[in-house]
Design a protein around this ligand. Structure first.
Ligand SMILES: Nc1ncnc2c1ncn2[C@@H]1O[C@H](COP(=O)(O)OP(=O)(O)O)[C@@H](O)[C@H]1O
Ligand SMILES: [Mg+2]
Ligand SMILES: [Zn+2]
Length: 457
């Protein structure tokens, strides 16, 4: 007999309970539990051996071929994936609606198919002709690219043995459904069930599966959060919808580091790789600098990136002054302000301090400290930092400048982009001779200010 089971499922984290409750005990959010029904089909026989008979073996006997990676045709994407798509893996590409996920995937599909791989693109949100129109605009065209406008998962799975694709793309996980359960598509149960089935496809048929997931601000539709622990790799595609720059960031990767970012530019003809992102994250270089603006050299994954840090300091009208940081850790900002007050004697207690990293970059390393400190100090005193200098260094509580990791890469990046000097912590003598750029070593915060600020503070 078919049984119908009713349960309440948190649309935020996937927590299940048989009765309604207002607050999810798992993730703490309110009002996110939604009633879902599940039809449990009768099983003809009682299965006692319902599992794969994978043999137990010695670790030395297992052979893995790490070399089977499928290049996506985008270096920026390959790097974020950890050197291309791993065969038989499941990748989740998540992002806000309209950010460009379908565009990215379709362009990737075109690139992959050019190399002789077969790809099945399931467009559950759009019709075949819509996809074709986009493909035309993006100049994507291949005999190996199959498009299937289908929302039913079973129908998709039934095509796999006929088409035999190397890669399966599902756009998006929120709009496909399995007939095995009756909850509506996009609910946590559907998403979980469909992802499970796709994971099976990846592992058992050795097909690489790329799943697109929408992130929504309100908790009503299940975001891809519930999927994150199920899939091999999670990549976020981010950016401001009204600006053309897009960032790819991996937040989970079973096959590579999660530190890498990829940078794209959205143009009429699709996404273009930005191979020299430093240029993007700095405002146009002019001969004059403005108070409170500083160029720093940060690291994103394996590469150095020059980024502009801006500070705004002004007399406060609040009982306690405001400290606001965008792109840097709040406590780091408080610490830098404390050091400026104590070691340099800047009295910021009656001033609001806003610090902003341009371009939506998140900096989570202390190498930006010195740049941030100089941005605040120069804005406060209305002086400028030399426009042709890049600032690198961590600040200790005593006001000393500490060394940072991979300083060479950072200096080379500054040199490459035509800066005249870098302000760095004290360095090894041997290292100093390698560059064509002036290197100014500063042991203390005081020295940095003396060396690159237009006037005395
Ligand atoms: N005809 C067009 N010309 C230029 N850009 C377009 C055009 N159509 C769509 N776009 C860009 O593509 C974006 C939508 O991308 P899409 O890949 O559909 O996003 P997602 O799949 O993440 O929802 C739009 O926000 C817009 O910037
Ligand atoms: Mg889309
Ligand atoms: Zn929850």
């Amino acid at each position: 007999m078919t049984k119908i089971k009713t349960k309440w499922v948190c649309q935020n984290c996937g927590y299940e309970t048989p009765k309604y409750i207002g607050k999810c005990p798992d993730c703490g959010s309110w009002g996110t539990l939604i009633e879902e029904t599940e039809v449990i089909k009768p099983q003809n026989t009682v299965k006692t051996m319902d599992f794969d008979d994978t043999p137990v073996c010695l670790i030395n006997e297992i052979e893995v071929d790490e070399s089977i990676r499928i290049p996506t045709g985008f270096e920026e994407l390959d790097r974020v994936l950890g050197n291309g798509l791993v065969q038989g893996s499941l990748v989740l590409l998540a992002g806000d609606p309209g950010i460009g996920k379908s565009t990215l995937v379709l362009q990737m599909a075109g690139n992959i198919c050019k190399n002789g791989k077969k790809l099945l693109y399931v467009c559950a949100e759009e019709s075949g002709s819509q996809v074709k129109l986009r493909a035309k605009r993006l100049n994507v065209n291949s005999d190996n690219l199959y498009v299937y406008a289908q929302t039913n998962l079973e129908a998709v799975l039934s095509q796999l043995d006929t088409i035999k694709p190397d890669i399966l793309v599902v756009d998006s996980i929120q709009s496909i459904y399995t007939a095995n359960i009756t909850s509506s598509s996009g609910s946590v149960s559907q998403i979980r069930e469909c992802t499970n089935a796709l994971m099976d496809v990846a592992k058992n048929k050795n097909i690489t599966v790329v799943v697109i997931g929408h992130v929504t601000k309100d908790g009503n539709i299940a975001g891809p959060k519930v999927l994150e622990h199920m899939v091999d790799t999670v990549i976020y595609f981010e950016g401001d919808k009204y600006k053309s720059q897009r960032l790819l960031r991996s937040i989970k990767n079973r096959f590579g580091s999660t530190n890498e970012i990829g940078v794209f530019n959205m143009a009429e003809s699709g996404l273009e790789e930005v191979t020299n992102p430093s240029e993007l994250f700095m405002k146009e270089k002019t001969d004059e600098n403005t108070p409170g603006s500083v160029i720093i050299a940060t690291k994103e994954g394996t590469r150095a990136l020059l980024v502009e840090v801006q500070a705004l300091v002004g007399a406060t009208s609040y009982p306690s002054p405001r400290r606001v940081s965008t792109g840097i850790e709040f406590n780091r900002l408080l610490q830098i302000i404390a050091v400026l007050e104590k070691r340099i004697g800047l009295n910021l207690s009656k001033h609001d301090v806003y610090v902003n990293v341009t371009g939506g970059i998140e900096i989570d390393e202390p190498a930006a400290d010195l740049g941030i400190a100089l941005a605040i100090a120069t804005c406060f005193r209305d002086v400028v930092v030399d426009h042709d200098a890049v600032i690198i260094g961590e600040i200790s509580l005593s006001g000393e400048i500490r060394n940072v990791s991979d300083i060479e890469k950072r200096i080379y990046e500054a040199q490459k982009l035509g800066f005249k000097k870098v302000i760095v912590p004290k360095m090894n003598k041997k290292l100093l001779e390698k560059y064509d750029i002036e290197i100014i070593q500063v042991p203390r915060l005081m020295d940095a200010i003396a060396k690159c600020v237009s006037k005395k503070l």
